[in-house]
Design a protein around this ligand. Sequence first.
Ligand SMILES: NC(=O)c1ccc[n+]([C@@H]2O[C@H](COP(=O)([O-])OP(=O)(O)OC[C@H]3O[C@@H](n4cnc5c(N)ncnc54)[C@H](O)[C@@H]3O)[C@@H](O)[C@H]2O)c1
Length: 363
Amino acid sequence: MKNVGIIGCGDISGIYIKNLKGMFAEKVNVAGVCDVRRERALSRLTEYSAGKLYASAEELLADPAVDIAVNLTRPHEHFAVTRAALAAGKHVYSEKPLGATPEEGAELAALAEEKGLLLGCAPDTFLGAGIQTCRKLIDDGRIGDVVAASAFMTCRGHESWHPDPEFYYKKGGGPMLDMGPYYITALVALLGPVCAVSGVVKTSFATRTITSREKYGTEVIVDTPTHLAGTVEFECGAVGTVITSFDVHAAQLPKIEIYGSEGTLSVPDPNTFGGPVKLYLPQDGAFREQPLLYRYCENSRGLGVYDMVCHMEDGSPLRVGAPLALHALEVMTGFERSYNSGKYVQLGAKPPRPAPLEALLAT
Ligand SMILES: NC(=O)c1ccc[n+]([C@@H]2O[C@H](COP(=O)([O-])OP(=O)(O)OC[C@H]3O[C@@H](n4cnc5c(N)ncnc54)[C@H](O)[C@@H]3O)[C@@H](O)[C@H]2O)c1
């Protein structure tokens, strides 16, 4: 059993606390919560009986009872909070991305290593039943040799629903660092690491107007590209095409497809844990839905924290560790680096694919 302390009680914190106290309670205890906006922490505490109310992150990190700090702050705040937690001797699980730049991510990974601490990072959706089933189908050779992949995430941004959406348009935000982690991590989990990327990026609209309730009418200055088109060369030889955009009203694109020598795999939304997984084989002449072979079909956010705790307690493989998150961060920021430099960007360290989970059902 490990004690976790939640830093940041905003929009996403509810499902984390609910799942850590429910689905993962066998190995995880929520010791307490904090937020610079005290009323938010208090509201989560009341709603979920989430342990103790800490006055600040500093107070939470000074508590010897806390084993793992779960960093649910905004992307541009991840680095400082994670660094402080590691410096205080805590293991950390951070929401994505690991940092706003690869340099920030690398510094955090090095600090964790130096201190002998674990550093895990979201997303954990690739551990869900949908993507694990896709992985098994690929590993079992059902689509033959992988030729190519495509990944598309298009929407018109988050200002219509998120109560405080400014961070999506600031450093560490944008559609690639916000939604890209789901897509890039899923692709790496399915196909292995990336060797090189190239990209074109664009900021289509200089400002955004918030239309969600709390900050209705507030204008946000956009400081990050909001449309990105990239190509990805995988070490396995497959070629990927990626679009992430906050500038598109509607599209009829798939989320992720993997094209093989023997068929095509339609991968479910990597921002979810379940299906549908669909397989096209020429002999069938149509996409056929496949049974999900793993657990975690429902919203299982917090599964990454559980993965870390299992690794600490029984030595099972750590799937959500810093090498994967750092690789994803290098890929995601590589598109913009390529555009700014006019060059194809070669990637550095290439982590192995994270270990698969154990299947529930036999194929
Ligand atoms: N909202 C979603 O649907 C969603 C989904 C998946 C992942 N995420 C990720 O989760 C993270 C948080 O997103 P969110 O939507 O919950 O943001 P949010 O702005 O709603 O909440 C972040 C909270 O962190 C608090 N905070 C910031 N610095 C702090 C500090 N030093 N100490 C204590 N509290 C601090 C803020 O006051 C705020 O309440 C982001 O990385 C985001 O990408 C969000």
